[in-house]
Design a protein around this ligand. Structure first.
Ligand SMILES: [Fe+2]
Length: 247
């Protein structure tokens, strides 16, 4: 495994010239970990979110460590964390304030990090990286999956994220020098959506959980009518895939 990406923590504002940058947010102000913990405890009796994999039946895990890992039975359980997702399957989603906290975080990102109005992903993507599996092992840019090129990627740990239990990403566009982003809860990685990224088989022994989302500064936003997110099944338009604050 190559060395981790050198990540510098930026105090406040987003720098459009930096391909990878890390910000910090106040973990006391947005209790994502607490909401995850309460949800997984109630849903599958899991007291420690890094042990989520131990509470899933073996026959509901992917058959292959690389294929079929992006949407698993565990994702169906996890997405019941908020009724807004409507992906709950047979699990009744309880409103624990997850999306409310997410929207407050997006407000922080807009006001404190970007310092200008942004369009943001209406519902974030919830990622699971089980031990012995990838999360999504194919190296890619989201643009290859029809995402608008103007998007800026945001990636946020819920558990520890390090070693093989995290995302790998190139350090500059086209360089192909994939190395892991070692981050902790309370960090927020922002990266250029032209950077290739993916992940490896997790050999760390714990389940990595993270959230990813995308923003576009409103001044360069163009309605992506006619193009769809393959995973979310939503058109890249306001009200479908994206949202913005009205005030
Ligand atoms: Fe991606």
């Amino acid at each position: 495994m190559s060395a981790a990406v050198a990540l510098k923590t930026h105090p406040r504002r987003f720098d459009p010239a930096a391909p990878l940058q890390v910000f910090e947010w106040d973990t006391a102000a947005y209790d994502f970990q607490g909401i995850y913990t309460a949800h997984l405890k109630e849903t599958v009796g899991c007291p420690d979110i890094e042990r989520f994999h131990e509470y899933l039946p073996a026959e509901r895990m992917p058959k292959d460590p690389v294929e079929g890992t992006a949407h698993t039975y565990g994702h169906d359980l996890l997405y019941a964390i908020d009724p807004a997702f409507r992906q709950a399957g047979f699990v009744t989603a309880k409103d624990r304030g997850f999306i409310a906290a997410y929207r407050r975080l997006m407000r922080f990102v807009q006001d404190e990090v970007f310092g200008e109005p942004v369009i943001f992903q209406r519902l974030p993507s919830l990622r699971i990286h089980y031990p012995g599996f990838t999360s999504y092992g194919v190296m890619h840019t989201d643009r290859e999956y029809s995402h608008p090129a103007e998007e800026i990627n945001l990636w946020m740990p819920i558990t520890r994220c390090g070693g093989t239990a995290t995302m790998v990403i190139e350090s500059a566009i086209g360089r192909g020098d994939y190395s892991p982003v070692n981050l902790n809860y309370g960090n927020l990685l922002i990266f250029d959506s032209a950077l290739m990224h993916g992940n490896r088989v997790n050999e760390e022994g714990y389940t990595r959980l993270s959230i990813d989302m995308r923003v576009i500064p409103q001044r360069i936003w163009r309605d992506g009518r006619g193009t769809f997110s393959a995973t979310a099944g939503k058109e890249f338009t306001l009200g479908q895939y994206y949202d913005r604050f009205e005030d």
